[in-house]
Design a protein around this ligand. Structure first.
Ligand code: SIN
Ligand code: MN
Length: 200
C-alpha cells in the first residue's frame, strides 16, 4: 500500500479493513480490562480531555510529577502485553527491526482533543512512532519540528495508520477534534488512538 504524504508524515488510509478493526478493538478491550483507563492530569494540573491506558513494557503517564514512561499502571500492576494484532501493524509499516515497547491507548469522547505537541519522552528518536485510528473521524494536524509555522491537517478514519519517522519523528502534531458518531465501530461512538513507540 502506498502511503499519502502529509509533510513527511506517512498516512496509510484504510490500512485495516473492518474485520481487522473489530479484532483489534476486542484486543484493546482486553487491555482496558487488565489496565483500566484513567483520566490523566498534566504536570500543570489540567485534566486531559482524553482518557488513557497502555500496553507493553512501559506505559506513558502524566500527573503532577510530569510526563514520563512507567513500567506499571498507577494501580501498581504491570501493563498487559501489546496484542499481536497491534504488533503486526508495527512490523508492517515501521521499517524498524525491533519491538515497540509501549502502546499508548487514548480514548476520545465527544469533545476530546489533543493539543499540538512533539513525542519526545523517549530516550532515542531513531525508531518511528506508529499510530492507529479506530472509531470516529479525527482532524489530525501536522506542523514542522518548530512550534511556530504553518500546519496541515487530514481527517483520519477508522483503520487508518500514521507513521512519523526520520526527519519528521519530532514534528508537532495534534488532534483538533473528532466527528462524533461518524463510525459504527465503537458501540457508544468516540475514537481510540493507539500509539506505538520504542521507549528506551
Ligand atoms: C497523539 O499524538 O498522542 C495522538 C494522535 C492521535 O490521536 O491521532
Ligand atoms: Mn503524539
Amino acid at each position: 500500500m502506498t502511503p499519502m504524504d502529509l509533510r513527511g508524515v506517512r498516512v496509510f488510509p484504510g490500512f485495516l479493513d473492518r474485520a481487522a478493526q473489530e479484532r483489534m478493538l476486542e484486543d484493546v478491550r482486553a487491555v482496558a480490562r487488565a489496565a483500566p483507563v484513567f483520566h490523566p492530569v498534566t504536570p500543570s494540573g489540567r485534566k486531559m480531555s482524553v482518557r488513557m491506558t497502555s500496553a507493553g513494557q512501559f506505559g506513558w503517564v502524566t500527573d503532577r510529577k510530569g510526563y514520563r514512561y512507567e513500567p506499571r499502571h498507577p494501580d501498581g500492576q504491570p501493563w498487559p502485553a501489546i496484542p499481536a494484532s497491534i504488533r503486526e501493524v508495527w512490523d508492517a509499516v515501521s521499517g524498524w527491526d525491533g519491538a515497540p515497547e509501549c502502546c499508548l491507548v487514548n480514548f476520545y469522547g465527544e469533545s476530546a482533543k489533543m493539543g499540538m505537541h512533539q513525542d519526545k519522552d523517549e530516550a532515542d528518536f531513531a525508531a518511528p512512532v506508529v499510530s492507529i485510528s479506530l472509531g470516529d473521524d479525527a482532524l489530525f494536524r501536522v506542523g514542522g519540528t518548530e512550534r511556530k509555522g504553518s500546519t496541515e491537517s487530514v481527517w483520519l478514519k477508522s483503520g487508518d495508520v500514521v507513521v512519523m519517522g526520520g526527519a519528521v519523528r519530532l514534528c508537532y502534531h495534534g488532534v483538533d477534534r473528532i466527528r462524533f458518531g461518524t463510525s459504527t465501530l465503537l458501540k457508544d461512538c468516540g475514537r481510540i488512538n493507539l500509539t506505538l513507540r520504542v521507549v528506551t
